[in-house]
Design a protein around this ligand. Structure first.
Ligand code: ATP
Length: 372
């Protein structure tokens, strides 16, 4: 997966903030040409600040922002936003209310000799060719967002920045438009960086995602790796669902837990004998009707094709499991389960560790060997 191709956008040891207040520090990431990247993290972690620094609206206090080999920002230089060849799509679309859709799109290319053709192409691309003469207030939210996208694409920027582009839209429209935007960007090979705090949106739209916490980069990786190979406990709990259960390293690739002996698909660097926390996603737990390991249904959420169950183990530990909804279990029912984790995610145990209190060994051994 890692490619040797030259990065389009490089953030190198980037630090930025407001006055003396550093918001983001030591941020390193490289976006490849044609890729859609994402800055994801909880409110206040510095996503918008980073995006605004890339756009040239905020200074950087250390490190560099490099686009296509050119240093745009450093502690001593800042190329003005209009000279960066970067397009921006804002959360509130920021369309000009007194201009038609076509004139909004043409705004940044009014001197271009082929302006008419370009506007017509872009209208087609964003599926608004019938609405060129309308004004923004005559459009739905999703249509306004597509105009904003077309307007940002018109000057042929090297990079598009999108700041929470779907946050004003709800549910189904949000999901559909985010898919459409990905298709539009991919069809033109446009590189983009998007800000969101919505993990499912980041996964649906982006090739690479930076998870930020308190202005620190936790991981820059593909959605698949963030989910299956989170680098830190924060990423593990921020991305997707899951619970940690306590365990003990038995060999470099096996952990003893109350769910039995769980084997990973590689050797881990944690010393044998150490207490660890093992992440179990709902899809890591499968039904084993005749199994010895039992769990009680604490709660259930019907999701259509699947049901998400909250389960309690005999020790009191809680985990989640997702099963197809044709097997319908009620709260209070006892289920046989086993672990089928292909990507075992293990961290050194967090907080105070009392392994024996958490994991009565006889119970562990009674539970048998899972996933071995
Ligand atoms: N203009 C400003 N002056 C001073 N501090 C600011 C300014 N804008 C943002 N901050 C602070 O910088 C930190 C990061 O803000 P930022 O907007 O980058 O976060 P974010 O991750 O985009 O959050 P959200 O998801 O809520 O938009 C916050 O503590 C915020 O209060």
């Amino acid at each position: 997966m890692p490619s040797q191709s030259k990065a389009l956008l490089e953030l190198n040891q980037l630090a930025c903030g407001y006055g003396e207040h550093t918001v983001v520090a030591d941020l390193n990431l490289h976006l490849r040409p044609g890729d859609i990247g994402c800055l994801l993290g909880p409110s206040g972690c510095g996503k918008t600040t980073t995006l605004r620094a890339i756009a040239g609206f905020e200074p950087v206090s250390a490190g560099t922002i490099v686009l296509d080999g050119q240093v745009l920002s450093s502690a001593s230089t800042r190329l003005p936003p209009e000279q960066r060849r970067i397009g921006m799509v804002f959360q509130d679309y920021a369309l000009f209310p007194h201009l038609t859709v076509a004139d909004n799109i043409a705004f940044g290319i009014h001197k271009h000799p082929e302006r008419k053709r370009l506007v017509s192409e872009l209208l087609d691309l964003v599926k608004l060719s019938q609405l060129g003469k309308r004004y923004p207030h005559e459009l739905s939210g999703g249509q306004q967002q597509r105009v904003a996208l077309a307007r940002a694409m018109a000057p042929d920027p090297k990079l598009l920045l999108l700041d929470e582009p779907f946050s004003n839209l709800d549910g189904e429209l949000r999901r559909r438009l985010s898919g459409e935007v990905r298709e539009i960007l991919k069809s033109r090979g446009i590189s983009a960086m998007l800000v969101t705090h919505d993990q499912s949106e980041a996964f649906a739209v982006c090739d690479h995602v930076a998870v930020l916490k308190d202005g620190q980069l936790q991981q820059w990786d593909t959605p698949y790796n963030l989910y299956h190979e989170p680098a830190t406990p924060f990423v593990a709990s921020f991305i997707g669902q899951g619970y940690f259960i306590r365990g003990q390293m038995m060999t470099p690739d096996t952990v003893q837990t109350e769910l039995g002996l769980i084997r990973g698909n590689r050797a881990y660097r944690l010393p044998v004998g150490n207490a660890v926390d093992v992440l179990l996603r709902p899809d890591d737990v499968v039904a084993a009707p005749d199994g010895d390991l039992r769990a009680q249904v604490l709660g259930r959420t019907f999701l259509g094709a699947n049901i998400l169950y909250q389960l309690q183990l005999p020790t009191g530990s809680v985990l989640e499991a997702i099963f197809p909804s044709h097997a319908d279990h009620s709260v209070g029912e006892s289920l046989g389960i086993r672990v089928a984790a292909e990507h075992l995610v293990i961290f050194a145990a967090q907080g105070s560790v009392n392994l024996h209190a958490q994991l009565p060994l006889e119970q562990v051994l009674d539970a048998g060997v899972a996933n071995s």
